[in-house]
Design a protein around this ligand. Structure first.
Ligand SMILES: Nc1ncnc2c1ncn2[C@@H]1O[C@H](COP(=O)(O)OP(=O)(O)OP(=O)(O)O)[C@@H](O)[C@H]1O
Ligand SMILES: [Mg+2]
Length: 338
């Protein structure tokens, strides 16, 4: 199963926010690998720690109040959590690029779009000025900005939110990074542009073997774009596996709930069933499974012990006692009897 090399390995990562209201363990011990050339999806409801995971990888967790408090992030033989900021800046330019959920935070309001695109190209590629300009304009067109030539002289505030988002995407892609982290890259965009951007990311992935970590609420996007998927809940990974398997046979009740709560793009469905209740505040559940209060299958053990990620015969992994050998057998038996 793990035949492909991991280009990024996240081991036991913990990131917390130290606020007046207490410590918020936003990412609470997650472990996963991003494999060479794959598109890996991360899904989960709002507040489950998707953005904090990607900011941790990029070394951009706002500090204070946030801090990586444990674990490691291995890239190219180095632990990114221990890298000095000066070297981390190089990694961000050359190796790992990110498309942010909040586009305005990463464009400099004082420089033109052209300036910022060119700077990235001149620093990180061997292109001369003229070629770099051509490249920048071409990239802006590719992300669906037809006025690309004129736009080079615009300042960020002169563009609409959707345009700025596309400029951000162009900037992330133009230097052809080894790893692209895309945090809800298309949510704010209309459907045609969305499809265009996803295609662009797929092309980059095909052509240059760029590994992509794609964070999205949209399970349809995951089904179309990703090979594997991680399901996050309350700061933890609760299920992981190949997209096909997870969609056809979810192993965690939360994943099952997510799939039931969206209009299904593949199997016919009578109606939408939202998951009952809300995501718990990080750190508010001290014992047991974090999904127990919302789980239709909850039983005694769920509130008493913390479940591990249990492997399943299909190669998925799920943080649910129902997948723990003995329990799983008993549960399946009960199902057969009923
Ligand atoms: N600067 C901050 N200070 C305090 N808590 C924070 C801060 N940033 C994030 N958090 C907390 O960390 C948790 C995870 O947030 P995160 O932004 O990673 O969620 P998400 O999964 O990306 O959600 P969404 O789908 O809405 O983007 C949340 O409970 C959030 O309140
Ligand atoms: Mg987010």
């Amino acid at each position: 199963m793990d035949s492909k090399r991991e280009v990024l390995s996240v081991n036991g990562l913990r990131t917390s926010f130290f606020t007046d209201g207490g410590i918020v363990p936003a990412v609470d011990g997650i472990t996963f690998g991003l494999r060479e050339g794959e598109i890996l999806g991360i899904v989960g409801e709002s507040g489950c720690g998707k953005s904090v995971t990607s900011l941790s990888i990029m070394g951009l967790v706002p500090n204070p109040p946030g801090k990586v408090t444990g674990g490691e992030i291995l890239y190219g033989g180095r632990d990114l959590t221990k890298l000095p900021e000066r070297q981390m800046r190089k990694v961000r330019g050359n190796d790992i690029a990110m498309i942010f959920q909040e586009p305005m935070t990463s464009l400099n309001p004082l420089f033109t779009i052209g300036n910022q695109m060119m700077e990235a190209l001149l620093i990180h590629t061997k292109l001369g000025k003229r070629k770099a300009r051509e490249r920048a304009v071409e990239m802006l067109r590719l992300v669906g900005l037809p006025r690309a030539e004129e736009m080079m002289d615009d300042y960020p505030h002169q563009l609409s939110g959707g345009m700025r988002q596309r400029v951000m995407i162009a900037m992330a892609l133009v230097c052809e990074p080894n790893i692209l982290i895309a945090d809800e890259p298309t949510t704010a965009l209309d459907v045609t542009i969305q499809a265009q951007i996803l295609k662009l990311m797929k092309d980059l992935n095909d052509r240059l073997n760029t590994a992509v970590l794609l964070i999205t609420h949209d399970l349809g996007v995951v089904a179309e774009t990703c090979e594997r998927v991680l399901v996050m809940y309350a700061g933890q990974i609760v299920e992981e596996g190949p997209v096909e398997d997870i969609f056809n046979d979810p192993q965690h009740p939360y994943t099952e709930g997510l799939l039931k709560s969206v209009p299904d793009m593949r199997f016919k469905q009578e109606r939408l069933v939202p998951i009952q209740g809300n995501v718990p505040r990080p750190g508010s559940i001290k014992h047991g499974c974090r999904f127990a209060a919302r789980c239709p299958y909850v039983f005694d053990r769920c509130t008493a012990e913390d479940p591990d990620l249990y492997g399943t015969p299909s190669g998925q992994r799920a943080r649910c006692f129902l997948r723990d050998g003995k329990e799983a057998a008993a549960h399946d038996e009960a199902l057969v009897e009923s």
